[in-house]
Design a protein around this ligand. Sequence first.
Ligand code: ACO
Length: 329
Amino acid sequence: MTQPAIYSRVIGTGSYLPPRRVSNQQLAEELAARQVETSDEWIVARTGIKARYFAPPDMTTSDLAVEAARKALDMAGVDAQAVDLIILATSTPDFVFPSTACLVQSKLGITNGCAAFDVQAVCSGFVYALATADNFIRSGAYRNVLVIGAETFSRILDFNDRTTCVLFGDGAGAVLLSASSEPGVLSTALHADGRYADILCVPGNVHGGAIQGNAFLYMDGQAVFKLAVGVLEKVALEALDKAGLEASQIDWLIPHQANIRIMLSTARKLHLPTEKMIVTVDEHGNTSAASIPLALDVAVRDGRIQRGQRVMLEGVGGGFTWGAALLRM
Ligand code: ACO
């Protein structure tokens, strides 16, 4: 007798933002004290960002991740002990090691010995983690996978560099992806091109007890912008093609929330009305691996995203990496 196919479906979403909201005006005032000049007008016009959240010094990426994960488990109605894999996407882990996923497992009080590991694909990290979880579930290896994107990007920002420090924020988003007899993740597509490693990077490491190189984020904004608009269109079409669907059949588009201009251009290229795009970059800034699950959770909880609808998630970021995941909710 043939076994029924196993699919993976999102059965819970959650997110968490640290308590301190910093508007562009507040940030501009704080930067002025360092003789760094910027303005609300410049940031809004170039990026669409109006505010971001910063974690206090004693709050780590795993702290943010745990809050988001608890909410996703709550929505799913699944006990934490039933989780059999944790995949956490981050570029701002608590430590070099152990992985932030292991710290999250412990903070959630999970004592079942479930597997836990981090994924490093910068702003594409959540899509990479989701695709990995989907493959593990469809292979029959795991049934309940916590997929988390969590970041404290404020820790790697150089607040003397106005070209980058106004763009990013801290936060976390999570989903519980579970085995299902109905298709939930319809298709995924992942890519990378390491030849562009140096246009977006934190080119530092720990060496002999000291930081070697530069531990602050560096970005060639225009090079990233050009690459991002090209690959986001292509990878969305690839994911649609794999699922045998047309762009017009997408109910919601959730691109990585980095810059409203890149997001609008992606929607335009896919011939999707902008009302079908979930936008949180205005309130959250760019939270890297957390941006997509944060936006997904916002739109699920405010009732825009409904069960049965098709949602296209798209990530792009350092590496250079990019990817898409087409979901049926
Ligand atoms: N405030 C005021 N002026 C500024 C600021 C600021 N915060 N930052 C830069 N400027 C100035 C520059 O100095 C420059 O001045 P000049 O003309 O006198 O030299 C001028 O503004 C224009 O700067 P550009 O860099 O050309 O501005 P641009 O329109 O390219 O916007 C931006 C910059 C927003 C960074 C854009 O290039 C961008 O969004 N790039 C993509 C970022 C992205 O998508 N990242 C996603 C991946 S993130 C990840 O993976 C971690």
